[in-house]
Design a protein around this ligand. Structure first.
Ligand code: ADP
Ligand code: MG
Length: 258
């Protein structure tokens, strides 16, 4: 039985898109069938990474009831082997679509939640996918809350900024607890020195375990190499030996067992 993961954060720019895309590629490399979905309708991003693949229909269309999900899915699989597949569902990046999605009312959002919930049947049960990964908008937007409600596991990405840590603490304790979602924290862009040795790593984990009640599933260093990818390609696919890729690989295993 497949799983739905929602990657969320309190603040923007924490690394949701990077981590979602790399996690999706990691599972595909393991022979899993994965669908990565851009639910950040305010700042669509995945179309830039998967630019070579043209979308005829967008996730917006699916949520608007214009088409079924199979029309939206783009097969972005490389030669992963072991039957691994990576499908993407893109958000429409046009200004008009962004405006349109920002103006949706609660009634529309309720309907959209129904469409999201039915992905479990159509993609996990019927099409036999192993993972759906939602890349969401930061903060407490309706669309992100819907994504969390529809998911099995929520992964909250946070930087080490005090405002981000406080915000994500508040967000998880006030909101996530309400839904009783399995939630893990991904600390991203961690200063490499904090993780330079086993001892330092232990200190880091101890400190943040006392700050966050939730389990920290990964502490991912800040790599200029990742920044250089500039949201243009899937870093782990191009750099299989890089420590970032290794960290993501470990994270993928943890999430699998979570
Ligand atoms: N571990 C990391 N090390 C260095 N840069 C990172 C790391 N993770 C993400 N980034 C960079 O941070 C920026 C924002 O990441 P992005 O994934 O777009 O965040 P979000 O989707 O949360 O807005 C991008 O330029 C990305 O390359
Ligand atoms: Mg993003």
């Amino acid at each position: 039985m497949g799983k739905i993961l929602a990657v969320h954060s309190y603040k923007g720019g924490t690394g949701k898109t990077s981590l979602s895309a790399n996690l999706a590629a990691t599972y595909a490399k393991r022979g899993k069938k994965v669908c990565l979905m851009d639910l950040d309708f305010r700042a669509p991003s995945l179309h830039a990474i998967f630019a070579a693949h043209k979308a005829e229909y967008w996730l917006n269309d699916y949520l608007n009831g214009v088409c079924e999900i199979d029309k939206v899915l783009i097969d972005a699989s490389r030669d992963y082997g072991n039957g691994g597949k990576l499908f993407v569902a893109l958000a429409n990046p046009s200004t008009e679509a962004i405006r349109d999605m920002s103006a949706k009312d609660r009634k529309w959002e309720m309907k959209a939640l129904g469409r999201l919930l039915s992905l479990r049947q159509s993609l996990l049960n019927d099409a036999g996918l192993d993972y759906i990964i939602f890349d969401t908008s930061p903060g407490l937007q309706y669309s992100s809350i819907n994504a969390i409600v529809a998911a099995d596991v929520a992964l909250v990405v946070t930087s080490l900024d005090a405002s981000d840590i406080k915000g994500s603490q508040r967000m998880t304790s006030e909101l996530y607890d309400l839904f009783e979602k399995k939630t893990g924290i991904l600390m991203n862009k961690v200063i490499a020195e904090y993780l330079s040795s086993e001892k330092e790593r232990e200190k880091f984990n101890q400190h943040f375990n006392s700050v966050h009640k939730l389990p920290i599933l990964a502490a991912i260093p800040c790599f200029c190499d990742v920044l250089r990818a500039a949201g243009d390609y899937v870093f782990s696919e191009e750099n299989p030996e890089h420590p970032f890729t290794e960290t993501l690989d470990k994270l993928a295993t943890k999430v699998e067992k979570f």
